[in-house]
Design a protein around this ligand. Structure first.
Ligand SMILES: Nc1ncnc2c1ncn2[C@@H]1O[C@H](COP(=O)(O)OP(=O)(O)OP(=O)(O)O)[C@@H](O)[C@H]1O
Length: 597
């Protein structure tokens, strides 16, 4: 046997021994049946609890001490000197009590913070205080973040303006911290323009070791330079959307989290959105963040979802009950587009001279068309279908937004052939992980330098939570890029949302797949409405990102025990003869009245 094989054999023997020993120890202790086993398990739980809470106390107190280093060191020195004085003077009582009280007085804010962290660790993790203390402690020396230090960085980065007397004037810089970011407020000095700050921004960001930066104008001559101190955003799992909150909320969806830790509110109303991402980049997360979060409004009749999914309907069929009409074949896709163009034209006729902007109502809902893979329609279909689809889609993209017809299109490849003539017609873009800088340029144009989507690392975990999928740059109409992370939508959540908020029965197009059947099939398969506890955990605000504390959890909205069959709105859908869900289009003559009759 050669030495390599011997080493492998040795390693296998060690592994087996360790596994056996571990199993024996477990069986003899925690896994033990009876009272002793129970006692041991309770002891370990209590110990873990006590150690965990003590660690939170120490962590938070030390974070405070690190942030207020001079004060905390001074407190220690004073307490030490007092102890020394008491010892040397031969104090008759305890020489430790007095110094301990003095030390505790100096450190009292830190101790209070520590106690709070120990009592309510989840709240502490979510709080800005933790971000403030820990970030400040970990990133950069106080001198660099102080006024003088930051102005020195500004000068070195070329922000200074030479004065007639030979001196150099630098913009005043004030630093404040936000979750995951430091914000430098810069006051432009005479002789400077905001462009000078734009030019120096990346040099300043590099000097601070920031992972990215963003410029936000505050008022004339004042700009906030946001330096992002976190490298990536932690994955989050979506939760059951809350009940419909009224017409004002239509078309704005809480889709995930932004780099600054704030909730990402994606505006869908009045905006066509192009989603581009390499395979496995998480286009599904964006699609379901929109469709899933619109579900309550769909159920209430204020939004109507349409789906084109030429990838065999895999994506759209998961939440079929949310959609009115869907198409899984090219010819059906063209029919869906024709229907929407007809709706748009009719709406145009009724709005002409009355209103220039559409407000969603149950009589005139916001129509949202979701297209899963645009290239399948625009590039890989038969020539006539391709040409017709491009013509109809271009019409929707150029005229639809004011008339309440918007499109969310997903594509892997942003090249011309995949998007046809529609590439310049998408006002809002979401660039998930892309394969090359050229693709980033193609999708984002002038915003590309500040939104390097090709730098988002790949982490493909088929069916599981990936470390980076769903991370994207959102570039809104004004060209501002924002790094964000879309929530992950597991299949069972999509099923649960579709069962809870099914679309009403539309008379003008084939009814959604019988909701009761889809829901009960899923329930029969052991499904249950995911609650916060059993969903893949949304991590707390780790150094990688903030917690998912914004959305309403499924556990706060226990699944209603309602059968869609008993709901008169859905009776027609449920009773309808089971129909092919591949987009057979049936009668497509559509008017707003018919739609909602
Ligand atoms: N937001 C997210 N957070 C964590 N993991 C995610 C997220 N979104 C998707 N994933 C993981 O990445 C995998 C791929 O996601 P998805 O299918 O949405 O990618 P895609 O861009 O649609 O890929 P394709 O174009 O090949 O269909 C999913 O199976 C899931 O495991």
């Amino acid at each position: 046997m050669n030495p390599l094989d011997k080493a492998r054999e040795f390693r296998a023997t060690v592994n087996t021994t360790v596994v056996r020993a571990r199993a024996r120890t477990h069986a003899a202790t925690l896994g033990r049946p009876g009272v002793l086993g129970k006692v041991l398990r309770t002891l370990v739980t209590v110990l873990a609890f006590v150690l965990g809470r003590s660690w939170m106390l120490v962590q938070a107190t030390l974070a405070w001490a690190g942030r207020h280093l001079p004060l905390s060191v001074f407190g220690l020195v004073v307490a030490g000197l007092l102890w020394l004085g008491l010892e040397l003077s031969g104090w008759p009582g305890s020489t430790l009590t007095g110094p301990a009280i003095v030390w505790a007085l100096f450190w009292s804010p830190g101790l209070v913070l520590g106690l709070w962290a120990a009592v309510a660790p989840a709240a502490y993790r979510r709080s800005r205080l933790r971000v403030w203390y820990v970030r400040r402690w970990l990133h950069g020396t106080p001198a660099r973040w102080g006024r003088k230090g930051s102005e020195a960085v500004g000068t070195a980065a070329g922000l200074g303006v030479r004065q007639p007397d030979g001196g150099v004037l630098v913009p005043g810089i004030k630093v404040r911290f936000a979750p995951g970011a430091a914000v430098l407020r810069l006051n432009v000095v005479v002789g400077q323009t905001v462009d000078d700050i734009v030019r120096a921004a990346s040099r300043i960001a590099t000097a601070y070791g920031a992972h990215g930066h963003e410029l936000r104008p505050v008022k004339p001559g004042v700009v906030d330079l946001v330096l992002f101190l976190i490298a990536r955003l932690a994955p989050r799992t979506a939760v059951m959307p809350a009940e419909f909150a009224g017409a004002a909320s239509v078309g704005v969806v809480p889709a995930g989290v932004r780099r600054d830790g704030q909730r990402l509110d994606l505006i869908v109303r009045g905006r066509h959105t192009l989603v581009v991402g390499a395979t496995g980049a998480g286009k599904g997360s964006v699609l379901w963040s929109v469709a899933g979060n619109l579900a309550p409004a769909v159920h209430a009749g204020f939004v109507r979802l349409w789906g084109i999914d030429l990838k065999q309907g895999i994506e759209v069929e998961t939440g079929r009950a949310l959609f009115g009409q869907v198409a899984y074949k090219t010819a059906d896709a063209v029919t869906v587009l024709e229907t929407l163009v007809r709706i748009m034209n009719e709406r145009g006729a009724s709005m002409r001279g009355v209103s220039r902007n559409h407000d969603a109502t149950p009589d005139a809902p916001l129509h949202v068309l979701v297209i899963d893979e645009l290239a399948d329609l625009m590039a890989y279909s038969e020539f006539e279908h391709k040409r017709e689809a491009e013509r109809l889609l271009s019409k929707l993209l150029t005229q639809g937004r004011a008339l309440g017809v918007v499109v969310l299109g997903c594509v892997q490849n942003p090249r011309q052939e995949a998007l046809g003539g529609t590439r310049g017609l998408w006002p809002q873009k979401i660039a998930l992980r892309l394969d090359s800088e050229t693709e980033t340029d193609m999708v984002l144009g002038t915003a590309a330098p500040l939104a390097p989507a090709h730098d988002i690392p790949a982490d493909i975990q088929p069916g599981g939570v990936s470390g980076t999928a769903g991370t994207a740059y959102l570039v809104t109409e004004d060209g501002t890029p924002t790094l964000c992370r879309f929530d992950y939508w597991p299949d069972r959540l999509i099923h649960a949302v579709a069962a809870r908020y099914p679309a009403p029965a539309y008379t003008d197009t084939p009814a959604p797949a019988p909701v009761a059947d889809a829901a009960s099939a899923w329930l029969a398969a052991g499904g249950h409405t995911p609650a916060r506890d059993d969903a893949p955990a949304n991590p707390g605000p780790t150094d990688n990102g903030p917690a998912n504390d914004s959305a309403t959890s499924a556990s706060e909205h226990p699944k209603r025990k309602r059968s869609p069959r008993k709901n008169p709105r859905n009776r027609r859908a449920a009773d309808a003869t089971t129909q092919a869900v591949d987009g057979s289009t049936g009668n497509t003559s559509t008017t707003e009245q018919e739609t909602n009759s």
